[in-house]
Design a protein. Structure first.
Lengths: 559, 130
């Protein structure tokens, strides 16, 4: 290896030459030393690296295991407690926290589920323990749930019904009821109107004979969603039996009472008429008192008999459009002597456009007479009585207001109870059987109306009753026979009323009274037959249509 | 000629009342206290009018009335029924036997007597016309 350097100031060039080995010797030595050191460092680095990795990875193992266990649903693993003093320790702590809160959530969820299960089984037990049969049906008409009583009482087999529709199970339903078509009609009406609440009496014939009271009511979630319809069947066989027995008993007793009453009244009449010889004035007076009491007793017996008959549904109804203006005027006219006797002022003020009501005119006279009689009795001399009327929806409301002695609110609660008479001074002077209002109310209920009272002691009372308004159609002016008399048994009855639901239900309750009840005027015999079938009113064609003037009569033929 | 009336009533008190009421008005009254007895009496005596209680032992008043109507010999005798049962159906069933009147208990003796007198008068008039 050689090197030179020019020195221009001297004009010289310095030149040096040395052997290459000698020249590089120190370099080689340094390089060799460096190589050794590097190797050592590398070895050390690898060693340290491996150790560090091992040390770093160690806590990840348990973390992985714990993750797997948690994933497998084991929340009971203890804390990892990684003490590496770095991010891994943080990660481990976070993991421990997550596992803890997961464990808590699971415990909470399980407790919740247990509570829910408990309340569900409690609810189920309660539903199964009730004496009513319950059937829950979805808005689409599928059976969702039936309770134990429905299984026992109605003989429903859960598998046959649950999940099936009413239509699919109709053959099974049909044989259970005496009037399946009527039942179906009722259910279809409810289907069409999810908000409809209704009560209906049904006669069960299979697997046992029972009188059932059916309450049907929509079931809505708290957010208003319609969930379905709950039908509750109550066994009223016994109650109805008791009712019947009670009515029969009253009827029997009343008849038995009539015999001695006939004898007493008969002889008193003979004596007073002088047929058995002349009596002194004192004797005549004494016997007159006997006669008055006898007549009161006879009235009482008659009222009792009436009431028991009405309650047993045994009073014949002659429904027809009634003009209350006329009926009330007639009843008021008959009352004039009594009104005049107490110098009272009776004002009957029914507007000219007062709509007709569908009712039995004789019963309406009875109702009005009872209310006027009360007003007359309980209103002092010189007082006033007003009779007014106004339509309220589909009903006509008639108010009989007086300036009588009035009643306390406590009295008002009992006023329709039999034999109740308001307990105040004025009433002591008043005679009555104590059955008038009970009869009035029973009559109104039979006619699809209601009786109510408002009163203030010392100021007066207002008795109000309602009757269903009927459309004034001249063709149906003829009385509509609603009796099961042999000659009218197959008579179809056309009722034209704007409040058909209540009346129809009531008439249906009076089982066997009538063959048919129609709500709207049918335009043809076909429509009539369809409507009759739809209401489960038998397949028999009507032999005669009351008030059928508007019908093509040739299409309605007697069988 | 005094009209003869058969009174059939099982209750002694009412029977006596009827007999008294009618005798006071000059009628000749024949008594029976049971349905079958009444039927035999009527067939034997052929009275001008029969007053029948509906609820009687033996035969009911309705059965007696039907038996009378079915027999040509007695079909012409007017029958008046007397009953404590006043329901429309009961009255209709009573009148369906061919009875001419249905009197409800309790009755006023004077009214009953007037009814009977009217029935007898009418019968007498129609007999004369024949």
């Amino acid at each position: 290896m050689a090197a030179y350097v020019g020195m221009p100031s001297l004009g010289w060039v310095a030149y040096v030459e040395i052997p290459i080995d000698e020249a590089l010797a120190s370099f080689w030595e340094a390089r060799s030393r460096l190589e050794h050191v590097s190797m050592l460092v590398l070895a050390l680095a690898i060693f340290i690296g491996i150790a560090a990795a091992r040390w770093l990875i160690r806590p990840i193992g348990p973390l992985r295991l714990a993750t797997r266990r948690v994933a497998a649903g084991d929340y009971e693993a203890g804390p990892l407690a990684i003490k590496s003093g770095d991010e891994l320790e943080d990660l481990g702590n976070d993991f421990d926290m997550m596992a803890r809160s997961l464990r808590q959530s699971v415990i909470d969820l399980q407790a919740e589920a247990q509570r829910e299960e408990k309340s569900r089984s409690e609810l189920e037990a309660v539903l199964n323990a009730t004496s009513e049969a319950m059937v829950f049906i979805s808005p689409e008409g599928r059976f969702l749930r039936i309770n134990q009583q429905a299984i026992d009482m109605l003989g429903l087999v859960a598998d046959e019904f649950i999940g099936r529709t009413r239509e699919e199970t109709w053959p099974q339903t049909q044989r259970r009821f005496a009037d399946p078509e009527g039942f179906r009609a009722e259910m279809e009406k409810a289907n069409a109107d999810p908000e409809l609440h209704f009560r209906h009496f049904v006669q069960q014939i299979w697997p046992e004979r029972r009188d059932l009271e059916l309450f049907s009511t929509p079931v809505n979630a708290s957010d208003g969603r319609h969930l379905g319809r709950l039908s509750v069947y109550r066994d009223v066989t016994e109650e109805r039996g008791v009712d019947r027995m009670k009515s029969e008993f009253v009827a029997l007793v009343s008849h038995e009472l009539r015999t001695p009453m006939t004898v007493i009244k008969g002889y008193v009449d003979l004596l007073l008429d002088g047929e058995l010889g002349e009596m002194s004035a004192q004797q005549h007076h004494s016997l007159s008192i006997v006669k008055n009491s006898t007549e009161r007793l006879v009235a009482l017996i008659n009222n009792l008999l009436d009431l028991s008959r009405i309650e047993a549904g045994g009073i014949p109804l002659q429904l027809e459009p009634v003009d209350l203006r006329q009926t009330i005027a007639d009843a008021a006219q008959a009352f004039q002597p009594l009104i005049a006797g107490k110098a009272q002022n009776l004002v009957v003020d029914l507007p000219e456009d007062t709509p007709l009501v569908l009712a039995d005119p004789d019963r309406v006279v009875e109702i009005v007479t009872n209310l006027l009689s009360n007003a007359n009795k309980y209103t002092p001399e010189g007082g006033s009585i007003w009779v007014t009327a106004r339509p309220v929806g589909a009903l006509l409301q008639v108010d009989v207001r007086d300036t009588g002695i009035g009643m306390t609110s406590e009295d008002m609660q009992h006023v329709f109870t039999r034999f109740f008479r308001a307990n105040n001074r004025g009433t002591q002077e008043v005679s009555g059987t104590g059955l008038g209002l009970a009869i009035t109310r029973a009559l109104l209920e039979m006619l699809g109306g209601e009786l109510s009272v408002e009163s203030t002691p010392g100021v007066g009372s207002t008795f109000s009753f309602t009757l269903p308004i009927t459309l004034a159609i001249p063709e149906v002016a003829a009385p509509l026979e609603l009796r099961s008399e042999p000659e009218t048994r197959d008579l179809a009855v056309v009722m034209m009323t704007v409040n058909p639901g209540a009346l129809e239900a009531r008439l249906r309750e009076a089982d066997g009274w009538l063959t048919a009840a129609l709500i709207r005027k049918p335009s043809s015999a076909d429509e009539l037959a369809r409507a009759m079938r739809g209401r489960g009113l038998g397949a028999k064609p009507p032999t005669e249509i009351a008030g059928s003037g508007a019908l093509p009569s040739t299409e309605i033929q007697s069988p | 000629m005094t009209a003869r009336i058969v009174v059939a009533e099982d209750e002694a008190g009412i029977r006596e009342l009827l007999v008294l009421t009618l005798s006071l008005r000059g009628y000749e009254v024949l008594e029976a206290s049971a349905g079958d007895q009444a039927l035999a009496l009527i067939k034997r005596e052929h009275p001008d009018l029969v007053l029948l209680d509906v609820m009687m032992p033996g035969l009911t008043g309705l059965e007696v009335a039907r038996a009378l109507a079915a027999d040509e010999a007695t079909a012409g005798i007017p029958v008046v029924l007397l009953s404590a049962k006043g329901q429309m159906a009961e009255v209709k069933a009573g009148m369906a036997t061919g009875a001419v009147a249905y009197i409800l208990k309790p009755f006023t003796p004077a009214d009953l007597a007037v009814q009977i007198a009217e029935i007898l008068n009418e019968r007498r008039r129609s007999d004369k016309e024949l």
